[in-house]
Structure formats: structure tokens, C-alpha cells
Design a protein around this ligand. Structure first.
Ligand SMILES: *Cc1c(COP(=O)(O)O)cnc(C)c1O
Length: 334
């Protein structure tokens, strides 16, 4: 089986933009840095990487006659907002469980940004107490049982749409798309830097490149503060996805690179380096990044390029995965 054999409902505009970050590259004084912009990949409620993954899960939900998408995340989860957006677009119902993963003092933390958008999109949200983690939670299972009892047909989507049989396909397709764009632009990215949370973005890329017979250095920047867990889920989802794509060779351990230096201690909590990278991206490129995900991966990029850990003759791709709505919940520090 190959990627084209998996059903998909297009929810993105098409290939996401790839462009050079000239002023940021000049400021860092090392490798040439470009960006691929999943933050503007779709017209569905600010888009982002989750919309790309959901193209495959939504196809299965519709094909199997499900009537309600059910998912789980933190209070400012981009993922649950994207699930709500996809449900609205497809005329499905949506229930999301939001757990109190982050202890953040902004007075409107639970009211602006993603929770506000989720409400606007017509999803039902259940706010519960809970710790950051990717396992199926009691509250999530309870919603599924409730919907079953009501005679509905829920389609369960795990946190970040990652630890799911189809979770890695969206970013395997991304790898194919990137290779075609490289051909068009006459450029080749030797290093790719992206934030890693629930894992299937990085996992999909690794599996996708393997399916193309390509080897790329994909650096997943852990943003969870639990890098060993992140690495385990990336490896698992990458192998599962590679199998779905008919990759015959085994993925090597050194193809799964998770950098644990930039998570700033915990999910959802930025440090000075995160905030200063966010300001730098905004002031050199008007590229807006958030304190939960992209600010941390941008801080990693800034450090890796300016210290020449990524050599000056490299061409680097920074993958912007979305998430801007959350900046509204961080007015205390931004
Ligand atoms: C979910 C998310 C990520 C991390 O992607 P995973 O596939 O969960 O590892 C990065 N950036 C943003 C904005 C996200 O919403």
C-alpha cells in the first residue's frame, strides 16, 4: 500500500507556502533559513498542522458513518479547535474534553484564543482537571460511552491526532509535498526543525521521507518537558506509518531525533529564550509564533543556527505548525 491508497478529504488550500526568512537568516549570521507555513495552510479556523492530519481521520469518520468527532487536549489546545473546525466544515457534531494541563495566571487564559474559537465553531466543550499526557483519559472515554448510549456514532481522536492508526499520514504527505516544492524552487533542505508535542508531525515526516527513499535530518524540538515520552511516541508512530506506506526497511534509531534542550521545563510555559525568539521572529519577519509550541522550536532554531551547531553552509527549513490563537492567553508576558 502507498500513500495514494489512503482516503483523504482535502481540508487545506493545497501545498503550504515555502519561503526564505532573509532578515532572520542575516540576523543569525549562519545557515540559510527558510520556512514552510502550516500556520496558513487552510481556511478552517486558522489552520495548522492538526488540519493536515485530520484530512485522513475525517475521511475514515465519514466513510464509517460517524456523526460526532470526539477529542481531548489542554485548555488552549490548537488540536481540539482544529477538530471543532473540521466537524463544522463537514457538518458533523463535535465534543471536546479540555484538561487543565497548564497552570497559567493570565486572567482570561481559559476564555480567549482556542477556547473562544471552539465555542464559536459550535463544539460542545467539557472542562475537566487533568495532567498533561497523551493516554486516553477517563473523561474522554466517558464522553464516548455517553454518545454510544444516546444512539450516536462517535469517532474518537486521541490528543493531537497522534497515537492513532492514521495519525502519521498527514505529515507523510507533507514530506512528498516538500520534495516537489524543492524541485520547483531549486533548493534542498538538509535540516528540518519542527516542534514536537504529541509526535505524529515528526513521525509522519520521518516515515514520509523513508517512503520516498530520502534521508533528511528532522530535528523534533520537544516542547512537552517530557522528552523521553515524546521520543517513544514519535518512534512508535513513525514505524506504524512507515508500515502503512509499505516501507520495507526498518527505521533506524538515529532517524528519530528529539532535542530536549528547549522545552523550558513544562508544556505551555515559556522561558526567556522562548519569549525572545518570539519577539525576534516578529521583528525580523513579521512571523508570529506562540509560547506553547512555535516559540520553543524557533528558540531552538535561533540557538542551533547562531552557535553553528547547524553549520553555516546548511540550508534549514523551519516548519511553522500554527498555534497563533494561543498568544491571546499570554498577554501577561507578551
Ligand atoms: C500540536 C502542535 C504541534 C506539535 O505537533 P505534534 O504532532 O503534536 O507533535 C506544534 N505546533 C502547534 C502549533 C501545534 O498545535
Amino acid at each position: 500500500m502507498a500513500l495514494v491508497d489512503h482516503a483523504r478529504i482535502p481540508l487545506t488550500f493545497g501545498p503550504s507556502p515555502v519561503h526564505p526568512l532573509a532578515r532572520l537568516s542575516e540576523h543569525l549570521g549562519g545557515a540559510a533559513v527558510w520556512a514552510k507555513r502550516e500556520d496558513c495552510n487552510s481556511g478552517l479556523a486558522f489552520g495548522g498542522n492538526k488540519v493536515r492530519k485530520l484530512e485522513y481521520l475525517a475521511a475514515e469518520a465519514v466513510a464509517t458513518g460517524c456523526d460526532t468527532l470526539v477529542s481531548v487536549g489542554g485548555v488552549q489546545s490548537n488540536h481540539t479547535r482544529a477538530v471543532a473546525a473540521v466537524a463544522a466544515r463537514l457538518g458533523l457534531r463535535c465534543v471536546v474534553v479540555r484538561e487543565s494541563w497548564v497552570d497559567w495566571p493570565d486572567s482570561v487564559y481559559d476564555r480567549v484564543g482556542n477556547p473562544q474559537l471552539t465555542r464559536l465553531l459550535g463544539a460542545e466543550a467539557r472542562d475537566v482537571r487533568g495532567e498533561f499526557g497523551l493516554d486516553a483519559k477517563e473523561s474522554f472515554l466517558q464522553v464516548l460511552t455517553e454518545l454510544d448510549l444516546r444512539g450516536g456514532k462517535p469517532y474518537p481522536i486521541p490528543a493531537g491526532a497522534s497515537d492513532h492508526p492514521l495519525g502519521g499520514l498527514g505529515f507523510a504527505r507533507w514530506a512528498e509535498e516538500l520534495v516537489a516544492q524543492e524541485r520547483e524552487l531549486g533548493v534542498r533542505f538538509d535540516t528540518i526543525v519542527a516542534a514536537t508535542g504529541s509526535g505524529s508531525t515528526q513521525a509522519g515526516m520521518v516515515a514520509g521521507f523513508a517512503a520516498l527513499g530520502e534521508r533528511r535530518r528532522v530535528i523534533g524540538v520537544d516542547i512537552t518537558g517530557k522528552p523521553a515520552d515524546s521520543r517513544a511516541v514519535v518512534a512508535r508512530v513513525a514505524r506504524r506509518t512507515a508500515a502503512l506506506l509499505g516501507v520495507e526497511r526498518a527505521l533506524d534509531e538515529d532517524e528519530i531525533v528529539v532535542d530536549e534542550r528547549y522545552h523550558a521545563g513544562a508544556y505551555g510555559v515559556p522561558d526567556e529564550e522562548t519569549l525572545s525568539a518570539i519577539r525576534l521572529g516578529a521583528r525580523t519577519e513579521a512571523m508570529i509564533t506562540d509560547p506553547v509550541y512555535e516559540g520553543k522550536s524557533l528558540a531552538a532554531l535561533v540557538d542551533l543556527v547562531s552557535t553553528r551547531e547547524i553549520p553555516a553552509d546548511a540550508t534549514v527549513l523551519y516548519v511553522h505548525l500554527g498555534g497563533q490563537p494561543a498568544i491571546n492567553a499570554y498577554s501577561a508576558v507578551l
